[in-house]
Design a protein around this ligand. Sequence first.
Ligand SMILES: [Zn+2]
Length: 308
Amino acid sequence: MASRLPPLHTGKPRHEHGVITPVEGARIPFALVEGDRPGPCLVVTAGIHGSEYTSIEAALRLARRPARGLAGTILVLPIMNMGAFRARSIYVAPEDGRNLNRMFPGKRDGSFTERLAHWLVMEVYPQADAYLDLHGGDLSEALEPFSLFPRDSQASRELAIVFGLPVAVAAGGEGYTIDAAGRLGKPSVLAEVGGNGVWTEEGVGQLLAGIERVLAHLRMTRAKTEPAARVQVVTMWVPTAEESGLWYPAKRIGDAVQVGETIGQLRTVFGDVVATIAARDAGRVLYTLSSLWVNKGEALLGVGTPIE
Ligand SMILES: [Zn+2]
């Protein structure tokens, strides 16, 4: 099996797909859609988390998009983590128990997941003129659609607004896909749609509409796409569980939150309160952990606070 991607630009319109093994044990499906005119390369990944189905289905459909009228090439890697997809794994790859979206920039001689991150950084991101990483709530998470962009990248912010999900999170931190691509100077957006292991036509359509707006923005199509409705730019506060226990959120998706307000509790199986979580910032709940159990260190929910 091939270990490298084929050339992205050949000058001939085509659909090409296959499976590559850039890291021993990985089987990564890829698809190339090259248009009939020269142009940039849009890289789209999904399935970094193997159970975020709305985003995976959207990427699979993008792989079958017509090449006619397209300038440049779309590279789609719709299921980056095939082991996790097949195992219906939450957050991590079964091969090494690591979360790919925390492993960037990865390591050449690291664990399975570290080597996958390294491959993306060395071989894939450098070929991109723009990068979209499609996610959603995992099996254990509910959310309303939002995007994230690396907050220091103006081009990424612009791309998030073009993509058009109603909320765009100016994200700090490091170790995740769009941070790594952003550091290479690539405009990068991570989109979150769907959750709880459910995929819907509406969610898939929302992602595909955002991708078409990005293609028009990059002048890869001449389509007159409808601009998205107003996008609210926010920062997001994500408290994590101080202890393992049962998680009782006091807020639902979309609820307003005041500073100091109780947003949830961790309890023992006998109902004793282990921790009460108070809101650090005022804002609105963008996602929550929906499982009754939470492990120490896992994210409980996300509160978005408008910054403009
Ligand atoms: Zn994800």
